[in-house]
Design a binder for this molecule. Structure first.
Ligand code: 4UU
Length: 542
């Protein structure tokens, strides 16, 4: 039905007509779109049932923008959000970005140390959190001293700022004349390890985000049914908003297209099932572990999706077998779309076209986007039938660069503007992309990133450890799990359990060494000292 054209130098061009990208700040783009849907529900707190219309959301974001301005948070400041999914996340996210501040989103299951690290690395000056997470934030602020304001949702202590109070602001301090340059100014700073090393701030400009929202709304791609007097999509906001998938394709898309999004703070099977029914979810965003859960859990009946017309999935490989099992359980009439992309591309670059699913493929280039597949040995771009290579992307959604890290930026975006994804892809004869392997170090646990270098740095701190390497191994439930190979110092009697517990104390739950700890005599390394993870992985799988 669609055909990607191959231009000279084997550059692939999207088969879809280009879309226009309005030259607007991200929040102006969202708020302007919301005006059309004023009285429709926009956000629902799935736990309390409290809901907000599109008009109310816009107004609360402006109030928050005004309140932040009164606190002397202005353009260029970094505001950190450490919250589970909830309406307040949206208010601070959009409120902060609307006054020209840059929002960095932090995984709320992180430990105090991990939070402190991102606060310090980003240079945040304010942090938004809730009452439950507050002790962790206070701990983090003992390490990082740059926080001027802590804003707490859910009844703060006397001496702290309360989100509820800020939301009562009269909006009068909202800066009317803030100058945002959409192509240059950074709106959000999520973290990603990219192809190697530690997590880095990903600078996504206003234009990057507006572009990606416009691109996926192309009528030949979008499976969203437009909002009208008689119909409104209801999304389940279950994927974390701090991660790019939850932030842009789920939360921002829902707001700018007049949808209603029901926020849930964590994936709890019972709450997930009851919320699907209670809120009559029509459009469901998932990651492969959720597809696996719905397909194989005995408490999930076929009627779970009786109201849902569309299921989207991305962030990790879903696998053809699972997709076929999913259709077998829920019926072929449900539309299913797989998306591919990364934090560094805001995130979407490929989507399976609607009504044209090639199972196992992550689809085709979305509008305004170019790709090439590069031979990993020669660096030459390859033709469609020349096998597999590294996928490279060019388009208006590609990040500005890594924050304060020119080397990493240069190693990821080449001089011609190609983003090197670190993923190995091949194409079929119809130019559908298949992600077949990962060249980069990244481990994906339940769709979330784990950087091996980060766990290695931590484990190396243990006095009984001489050397260490971490790799990801396939796992039915989580997709992948981290495993450590450890060289103990001579004479040490350290146990695998002691190392696993040492790590568990220091990291967020998804980074635990669920794949085990194995002792070894030496870590395979290249002549330049790089850990040969692929060798370790091949040996583990053999
Ligand atoms: C195989 O996870 C993301 C982005 C998710 C996304 C993208 C487009 C969700 C919906 C959508 O439409 O970003 P990161 O930065 O956390 O992880 C990026 C990496 C990729 O480089 C690739 O290795 O996650 C992996 N990945 C996938 N792998 C992402 N999507 C897929 C996929 N199949 N569909």
């Amino acid at each position: 039905k669609y055909s990607t054209t191959v231009r000279e130098e084997n550059v692939l061009v999207s088969p879809f007509t280009d879309v226009e990208i309005p030259d607007l700040p991200f929040t102006k783009y969202i708020f302007d779109s919301q005006e059309k849907y004023g009285g429709h529900t926009a956000l629902v707190d799935g736990i309390t049932g409290v809901s907000y219309t599109h008009d109310e959301v816009r107004s609360l974001c402006m109030k928050l923008g005004s309140a932040l301005t009164r606190l002397d948070i202005t353009q260029g400041d970094i505001v950190a959000i450490v919250l589970p999914n909830c309406p307040e996340f949206a208010f601070t996210f959009l409120g902060g970005v609307s006054i020209g501040a840059c929002v960095t989103t932090i995984n709320c299951t992180y430990t105090a140390e991990e939070i402190a690290h991102q606060l310090a690395n980003s240079g945040a000056s304010a942090v938004v959190t809730n009452k439950v997470l507050l002790p962790k934030i206070k701990d983090a602020c003992k390490t990082y001293k740059g926080i001027r304001h802590i804003i707490v949702s859910g009844h703060a202590e006397e001496n702290l700022l309360s989100m509820e109070d800020l939301l009562k602001d009269d909006s009068k301090a909202f800066p009317q004349n803030v100058q945002i340059n959409p192509a240059k100014d950074v709106a959000v700073l999520p973290y990603s390890s990219g192809t190697t090393g530690l997590p880095k701030g990903v600078m996504l400009t206003h234009r990057n985000l507006v572009a990606n929202l416009q691109q996926v709304q192309h009528p030949d791609i979008s499976c969203v049914i437009p909002t009208s007097d008689t119909y409104q999509e209801v999304y389940l906001g279950i994927l974390p908003f701090f991660h790019i998938y939850g932030m842009i394709p789920c939360l921002a898309y829902s707001l700018c297209s007049g949808g209603s999004i029901v926020t849930l703070p964590t994936f709890d099977p019972k709450v997930f099932i009851s919320s699907m029914k209670k809120y009559k979810v029509t459009f469901l965003h998932t990651v492969p572990p959720i597809i696996n859960f719905m397909t194989h859990n005995e408490h999930v009946q076929r009627d779970l999706l009786s109201i849902t017309h569309h299921v989207a999935c991305g962030a990790a490989p879903v696998g053809s077998t699972l997709i076929f099992e999913f259709f077998k359980k829920f019926g072929d009439d449900i539309s299913f779309q797989e998306g591919y992309g990364m934090t560094e591309s805001s995130p979407v670059t490929h989507l399976t076209p609607k009504d044209n699913l090639v199972v196992g493929s992550t689809g085709m280039l979305i509008p305004n986007t170019y790709a090439k597949i590069v031979d990993i040995n020669t660096g030459q771009s390859m033709g469609p039938d020349e096998g597999k290579g590294e996928l490279c992307i060019r388009g208006p959604q590609v990040m500005k660069g890594y924050y304060r890290n020119e080397d990493a930026t240069k190693n990821t975006i080449d001089k011609d503007g190609w983003l090197h994804t670190g993923d190995i892809a091949r194409m079929d004869e119809n130019e559908n992309i298949f992600i077949v392997d990962r060249l980069k170090e990244l481990i994906k646990v339940k769709g979330l990133q784990v950087a091996p270098a980060e766990l290695e740095d931590l484990i190396r701190k243990h006095p009984d450890v001489a050397d260490v390497a971490v790799i990801g191994l396939p796992d039915v439930r989580a997709g992948e799990v981290p495993r450590a190979y450890v060289v103990p110092v001579p004479g040490s009697s350290i146990t695998d359990q002691a190392i696993a517990e040492f790590v568990e104390r220091e990291v967020a739950p998804h980074k635990k060494l669920t794949g085990g700890v194995h002792f070894t005599d030496c870590i395979p390394k290249s002549a330049t000292g790089k850990i040969l993870r692929r060798e370790l992985k091949a040996a583990a799988l053999a």
